[in-house]
Write a protein that binds this ligand. Sequence first.
Ligand code: GLU
Length: 548
Amino acid sequence: MDYQALADLLFPNVTETPDSLEEKFPLRQLPEGAVVTRMAPSPTGFVHLGNLVQGLTAERMAHQSGGILFLRVEDTDAKREVPGAVEVLINTLKHYGIHFDEGATIDGDNGAYGPYRQRQRADIYHVYAKKLVSEGMAYPCFCTEEELSAMREKQEANKETTGYYGKYATWRDRSAEDIQAKLDASAPWVLRFRSTGSIENQFKFDDLVKGKLTITENDVDHVLLKSDGIPTYHFAHAVDDHLMRTTHVVRGDEWLPTLPFHIQLFKALDFKLPKYVHIGPLMKMDGTSKRKLSKRKDPELALTYYKAEGFPVEAVYEYIMTLLNSNYEDWRRANPTADPTTFKFSPKKLNPAGNLFDYAKLTDVSKNEIAKMDAPKVYALLTEWAKEFDEDFATKLESDSEFATKILAIGRGGKKPRKDIATWKEAKPYMGFFYDEYLQEPVFDEKFDNATIIDVLNRFLNSFNIADDSGIWFDKVKNITEDIGFTTDMKAYKADPSAFKGTVADVSTFIRQAVTGKTSSPDLYTVMQILGEQRTRERIQNTIARLS
Ligand code: GLU
């Protein structure tokens, strides 16, 4: 077989050569050890937690080493493409602090190694397809869908491995005449790789996450180009990651089964093999067993979920880092205020089996992150969230920013800041009562009659002076307690509750409920200071009126 003639026949319009492409996309001039890596998503419009896990791994590896992170859009499957998906992806990742140095952008391409959208790279793939054909390493296959399914059925019936290999690779060694006849009849064809591998052979491979692997060679003649001339993922991966000078491929471990083929392909194309970082799946507990997070069942897989719930970016970032590197938490304890990018990230610390996503842990991390922020920052982030997800609340927050910031300052700063909220969504239930429209009518404990509660509230009003310091304020509450025959001696009460009508805690709760509508709230003295004398009195009076 004259392979060069076959290559010219199949790709008459390809004039460029691998050498000219090598020149066009030269090796990058980067310092020793700089990692060039990428995110290579398909534009399906759905950005998930897995993208973030991969994105952060890639981002850290690139930027920590003085390398490059680029974005390549894998749009070879036009059927799955959703308009605007690239924009959603870029904006979502940017929201989480992942910035690309190069690649596809909202307004086109940025960088010297493009185009960065695969559908625009058809000519480039054809250069290498032609090269492989000319060297006898790829060939056209004219099998129809029906023929392929008949073959599969036969293999299944014989209990053989399914696929296009060995004696089943019916177009592997066909004559030039057979090929010509099909081409003359305009029969559609795909381009297949001529595998020289054998499943009898194994070799060792080192993955940066999975460690040392024993890999069985690939013997399947996989498809390189589909019948429309568009490459499969495998072929595009080899060509693109070579020409874009990727040093590390960070991707999900669902690609591990086809890795033997990828290694073979790099070799056949005379490309240097990049290093691989295969990331395990994100899982969750479902009852007592683990399962992969699923798009269909788990809303928390989508990144939009975290934005809508109001998890600050810092919290999600911090949580993902704790998932990715087991020593991150210790580092954080030792460096509580350090920028997370100063942590020395290592792909080798990733759990090869994947990670268990733990919502409660995320919530904890988020509480800590919010507790670390100062009030103006909390105000700014909360307002930004509310503008998108709770407009009414946003209007209230913005109507008096000083008032809102004072509220948000309660319990902040100091050695042990309060950890009241984990998400911006929780802010309204926590502090909404400061706004009259959100104040709820209190429901008092039925153990106490209205007359007692009214009595306490009247006594409080009579003694209340906004100028009191918190010590005097509380002394007054204690005096009321004793005056109505309740006790301030919590120890004695605990020993024999039946000996008392109630305690200072009950008295405080009556006042708290009258002022905040709730049985728990931030420090009540501070709440009154922020509300001011008049509004505090009004609220207590309204409660008395309702109970009377
Ligand atoms: N388009 C592939 C995917 O979305 C990319 C895998 C890779 O990073 O190479 O799974």
